[in-house]
Write a protein that binds this ligand. Structure first.
Ligand code: DC
Length: 223
């Protein structure tokens, strides 16, 4: 448990399938931290675009983003968009397809980053995504960069998808992951990259518990 009175910020980045959401959620539970899933916020903005039919009208979408309310409940398990629970909608294939193009718009990122920093002021936090260690919380107390081979990440996603009875093949998942990596790392604004001072964790062949224990030990060793 983090010492009372000591406000701690843990930032974590990594590519799709690196395990960061599951790991961050468990670390939050173990250390009694607020959990911030930053990708869920870009997904909620994508739902906002679809609901208002402004996926192609980015300037209208930017205006909507400026006045929308995005809130988390149950420590990050639920996400509300203008009071509507969109926790299921944010994970649909339609959102999966659109989100990267919406997340690359600088004005949208600007609004979302402001919001994320405000959440960070509320208390000790673990926040994960693509630019948490580099842009959102560059002065975080702890920075981690989680990675794993494309093959391993594709296998994890494939098993998750199979549990939901989708008939996608492992090869297709691998191709999608590679395409997403390319988009996330090559975009002009806030591309995914490891901060120089981030601790790199290769999760290939490691269990979630092993990664969680490593991170908790790192934090406890400096508290
Ligand atoms: O982690 P995720 O799959 O839920 O992220 C959804 C999308 O949002 C993905 O295309 C990357 C983008 N994203 C981002 O640009 N910056 C973040 N901090 C988190 C996610």
């Amino acid at each position: 448990m983090i010492k009372i009175g000591h406000h701690v910020t843990i930032a974590m980045d990594g590519p799709a399938g690196s395990g960061k959401s599951t790991v961050a959620r468990r670390v939050a539970e173990k250390l009694g931290l607020l959990y911030l899933d930053s990708g869920a916020m870009y997904r909620a903005v994508t739902v906002l675009a679809i609901e208002n039919e402004v996926e192609k009208d980015i300037s209208k979408l930017i205006e909507l983003v400026k006045t929308c309310r995005i809130e988390f409940m149950d420590n990050g398990k639920k996400i509300l968009l203008n009071s509507e629970d969109v926790s299921v909608q944010i994970r649909t294939p339609e959102v999966n397809k659109l989100v990267a193009d919406i997340a690359k718009v600088p004005e949208i990122r600007h609004e979302i980053v402001k919001h994320q920093r405000k959440i960070g002021e509320e208390g000790s936090i673990i926040a994960e995504g693509r630019d948490l260690t580099t842009i959102v919380f560059p002065d975080a107390d702890f920075k981690f960069y989680l990675d794993a081979s494309v093959k391993e990440r594709a296998k994890r996603r494939f098993l998750e998808l199979q549990a939901h009875n989708t008939d996608i093949t492992l090869e297709t998942v691998e191709t999608e992951i590679s395409e997403r990596d390319e988009k996330d790392t090559s975009r002009e604004h806030s591309p995914l990259r490891a901060a120089k001072d981030a601790i790199r964790v290769d999760t290939t062949g490691k269990t979630i518990d092993e990664v969680v224990d490593f991170i908790v030990a790192q934090v406890n060793s400096r508290n």
